[in-house]
Design a binder for this molecule. Structure first.
Ligand code: SAH
Length: 374
């Protein structure tokens, strides 16, 4: 009997190596890998960590995250800053506050910053962002790389911001399956899957390094959906990814489904497996170790860097606003200033066995490679 068990273990291990060595993964391979546990899961992490070192080195780049405004025209059913949530105060940073944050990023030697916000497509908003991007470029002598994460906009707006100096854009598809997307968003004409896809296409056409991502552990979501999410990112040929666990927020409609969710430790393990698999599937893209990982596990961001992520996004929003950009509950960094001290960031990176890189943009290698090959 013991022999039979040993034989089976050995066979499975061999089979596992076969799968990990495949050039491309089918949906069923991915599902099988997403369901790994214990020693086999560790093997997956060892493989993704190796690929990261080989294709991206051990370098970790920083993007200071400025949460520009929690006003939002959308009402996504999972998100704490949805416009239909009346239980908190809305804010928008002044130009001076944004410039102070940008100056902080420069002083801390973060090579880049991200400006993220609830969605707003007013003329005033569009012009203000354009002006701020130009000002940050000027103030930093072009040193700070700028990523935007400002939702769905028109082609003209994307172009305007690109011409002003932004060169990366993050727009999560949130869930790549159209029917799952529909269950997570109100059916009111402004939350359309097709519009989201179109926005991603426009961003690529404009010339941005394109980032997308999904939430992991959502209600109604299974490993088949997650496998499709990974294949979606591969097929869309993205340059960057930010994805992390779904964390519920009590003032959102999806909160009523909390009892149907996978346990928090399952959501975080799934998130790690998603990061590891994406690294195997898209070897030279930038993958962020996201804040939501830290919301569930204090070591979450360290572990993500260990197994394949290569980007950290310290929150540099002025501290008085930080607890108001409340996407989900227990969001880290809402009670300290600054949220991530340089020491704590260094510790995260060094504990992961990686090398922190300051004063460099750390662009996606994939973007360079795909443009060289056209
Ligand atoms: N308006 C911008 C930025 C959205 S907020 C845009 O549309 O791109 C940034 C991200 O937070 C979202 O893309 C979403 O994936 C994530 N998020 C929102 N609510 C969340 C929750 N409850 N749990 C985990 N992540 C959440």
């Amino acid at each position: 009997m013991a022999n039979l068990i040993n034989f089976t273990k050995k066979y499975l291990k061999g089979r596992m190596k076969d799968i990990l060595n495949l050039k491309t993964f089918s949906k069923s391979d991915i599902i099988r890998l997403l369901e790994l546990e214990g020693e086999e899961m560790k093997e997956l992490f060892a493989a993704s960590s190796e690929v990261r070192s080989e294709y991206c080195g051990n370098k970790v780049y920083f993007r200071g995250l400025i949460e520009y405004s929690n006003s939002c025209r959308k009402s996504c059913l999972y998100c704490g800053i949805r416009c239909a949530n009346p239980y908190f105060t809305r804010y928008t940073l002044s130009d001076d506050e944004v410039m102070e944050s940008a100056n902080f990023a420069l002083r801390e030697n973060f090579g880049s910053l991200v400006i993220q916000s609830g969605e707003n497509n007013s003329k005033a908003f569009i012009l203000k962002i354009e002006r701020l991007v130009r000002k940050i470029k000027q103030m930093s002598d072009g040193k700070l790389g700028i990523t935007l994460s400002l939702g769905e906009q028109t082609e003209d707006t994307y172009k305007r911001w690109f011409d002003a100096g932004a060169h990366r854009y993050l727009l999560r598809i949130e869930a790549s399956d159209p029917s799952l997307y529909k269950r997570l968003h109100p059916d009111d004409g402004i939350h359309n899957y097709a519009d989201r896809i179109r926005a991603l296409e426009l961003l690529k056409k404009t010339g941005y390094q394109l980032g997308t991502g999904v939430m992991i552990g959502l209600p109604f979501q299974n490993t088949g959906h997650l496998a499709d999410d990974l294949l979606f990112m591969k097929n869309f040929d993205i340059d960057m990814c930010g994805m992390g666990p779904y964390v519920e927020h009590r003032h959102t409609p999806l909160y009523s489904l909390s009892n149907q969710l996978p346990a928090l430790n399952e959501r975080i393990n799934l998130s790690f497996k998603m990061i590891a698999l994406l690294r195997l599937m898209m070897k030279d893209i930038n993958i962020a170790s996201t804040t939501a990982l830290q919301a569930i596990d204090p070591e979450g961001r360290t572990f993500a860097l260990k197994i394949g992520a290569n980007i950290l996004m310290p929150n540099i929003t002025p501290s008085m606003y930080r607890d108001q950009y409340n996407l989900y509950e227990n969001k880290p960094g809402t009670d300290e200033s600054p949220a991530d001290s340089k020491e704590s960031l260094m510790k995260i990176v060094l504990d992961a066995g990686c090398e922190p890189v300051f004063d460099e943009w750390g662009d996606s290698k994939h973007y360079k490679n795909r443009n060289e090959h056209v």
